[in-house]
Design a protein around this ligand. Structure first.
Ligand code: Z5A
Length: 202
């Protein structure tokens, strides 16, 4: 059986990560791998309900983080771990690093608390590879026309989130920062090259 692989895509809203994640999925499928393509929030049935609350209700930043963590617990237990254990490639559009960047750096929730919950409550699972699609927030918002309350939080907030991503990118070699301000094909070239370079396709 092939080894399970866990890949996540991260970045501010409108960074183009979903577009690139779909290309990663296609690449692995072309090579005969079974892929679980999922997202946070909302990768499970319960998560879809949590997502509705998260995107449209105002709340305290700690409550917000704990709801993202509840969504993640369900996601890890019912989909991510079983898929990895059965040898699939799991591609998740957002995961733990979104909480660090948005709730931690963006909203000021204690980074130690976020890491504690991740390690002790959610089991501490981390991706093999995380692409951070880096883009100036003004460019991301232009692409999206601000659809929900998190996107509407504005430029200052998204700048903190972006800087948060760039700061955590220095902490582990699982992170790859990609300049997302270019056309889709140029971005994809870099993503594909990194996947091949890391020997994830055999
Ligand atoms: N959130 C959080 O705060 N904490 C957490 O722990 C987690 C999440 C897990 C989820 O929103 C929200 O939850 C998110 C963070 C927060 N903030 N907000 N809002 P979502 O799931 O609804 O959306 P999103 O994750 O932010 O992604 P998105 O809005 O779908 O955008 P994207 O994935 O970055 O981009 P895209 O869908 O690939 O592309 C967006 C548009 O740009 C589309 O029209 C593309 O055709 C276009 N595009 C893509 N690439 C390019 C390039 N290279 N050039 C030009 N145009 C492009």
């Amino acid at each position: 059986m092939s080894r399970g692989i866990f890949i996540t895509v991260e970045g501010i809203d409108g960074s183009g990560k979903t577009t690139q994640a779909l290309k990663i999925k296609k690449l692995f499928e072309t090579k005969g791998r079974k892929v679980t393509f999922t997202k946070e929030p909302g990768g499970t049935k319960l998560g879809a309900k949590i997502r509705e609350i998260l995107l449209y209700e105002d709340m305290n930043p700690v409550s917000e983080f704990l709801l993202f963590a509840s969504d993640r617990k369900e996601h890890i237990q019912s989909l991510i771990l079983p898929s990895i254990e059965s040898g699939r490639v799991v591609i998740s559009d957002r995961f733990h690093d979104s909480s660090v960047a948005y709730q931690g750096f963006g909203r000021g929730v204690s980074l130690e608390f976020i890491e504690y919950v991740h390690d002790k409550v959610l089991g501490g699972i981390l991706p093999d590879l995380t692409f951070i699609f880096d883009l100036p927030p003004s460019k991301g918002l232009e692409r999206l026309h601000s659809r929900d309350r998190i996107e509407r939080a504005g430029l200052e907030f998204l700048t903190r989130v972006r800087n948060g991503y760039l700061s955590i990118a220095k902490t582990s070699d699982r992170f790859i920062v990609i300049d997302a301000g270019r056309d889709k094909e140029s971005v994809w070239k870099d993503v594909e090259e990194e996947i091949l370079k890391r020997g994830l396709i055999v």
